[in-house]
Design a protein around this ligand. Structure first.
Ligand SMILES: Nc1nc2c(ncn2[C@@H]2O[C@H](COP(=O)(O)OP(=O)(O)O)[C@@H](O)[C@H]2O)c(=O)[nH]1
Ligand SMILES: [Mg+2]
Length: 246
């Protein structure tokens, strides 16, 4: 909430609503009594409604703000408090394919307030152990210089949930990006996040890349080794749990 709106803004809105609620509690019984006792109740009733509507009018902006906030919060992806892997890499390297092939249940596509695209959240329950994967379309798929303020905030929010970043590269370059550019993004992410980054070369069915963990989300080759490597960071993440800023 702090990242999305700022806690001071949220506090101000809730404070205003609290004030209106207290006003209604304090004045409500008196106004009701006056209305009942009045010789011409309709006049008092009109006055009462006018006073009430004036109170609501005074907090109109705050109510609208809280309503907008509720709409955003409702759409936030459901992200569990469990071992979390954020999947990074240029478009078309195989991020979504990896989440699809490793998740026990169908990955959930959730709207994320910062991006026009959905965030894909996948869960793995069996085999190597419980973990969840978060895809980051539009966030960790290109150099930082191209990210705007909102996207940087979104990234900070996601990184605070993450234990490990899995950075997928595609040495076959079928994704459409030269390998040098992809490795540059990998180093940039390593320098930025302050949590372990696991680089993995995907599409090993097309090209094997020396010096990296290799996998193919098409054939399934190397996937279990990648999962083992990721889960190896679970212990570490349980010990240190510090927020990061991107
Ligand atoms: N040959 C091959 N193609 C792959 C592999 N993984 C993904 N692809 C293909 O690469 C394209 C992009 O994959 P996708 O998972 O959507 O990439 P994303 O944009 O990073 O999420 C799709 O056409 C996939 O079928 C792989 O291991 N081998
Ligand atoms: Mg994708």
């Amino acid at each position: 909430m702090d990242i999305l709106w700022g806690m001071d803004r949220v506090r101000k809105a809730l404070g205003a609503v609290g004030w209106a609620a207290r006003w209604a509690r304090n004045h409500g019984p008196g106004l009701a009594y006056q209305t009942r006792k009045a010789e011409i109740p309709s006049v008092i009733r009109k006055r009462t409604v006018a006073r009430l509507s004036s109170v609501v009018h005074q907090i109109d902006d705050e109510l609208r703000f809280l309503n907008d906030m509720r709409n955003v919060l409702r759409k936030l992806p459901h992200i569990d408090d469990e071992f979390t892997v954020v999947v990074a890499g240029y478009p078309n390297v195989g991020k979504s394919s990896f989440i699809r092939i490793t998740s026990s249940a169908s990955p959930e596509i959730a709207a994320y307030p910062f991006t026009t695209k959905g965030v894909i959240v996948g869960h793995r329950y069996a085999g190597t152990g419980r973990m969840q994967f978060i895809d980051t379309p539009g966030l960790l798929d290109r150099p930082t210089s191209e990210r705007n303020k909102i996207e940087r905030q979104a990234l900070t929010a996601i990184m605070n949930l993450a234990d490990v970043v899995l950075c997928i590269i595609d040495p076959s370059e079928h994704c459409g990006y030269p390998i040098e550019e992809q490795v540059r993004l990998l180093h940039e992410i390593e320098a930025m996040v302050g949590i372990p980054v696991v680089p993995v070369a995907n599409k090993s069915d097309l090209l094997y890349f020396d010096g990296y963990l290799n996998m193919s989300t098409e054939t399934g080759e190397g996937i279990s080794e990648v999962l083992e490597t990721l889960i190896g960071f679970r212990k570490q993440s349980e010990q240190q749990d510090e927020p990061v800023s991107c």
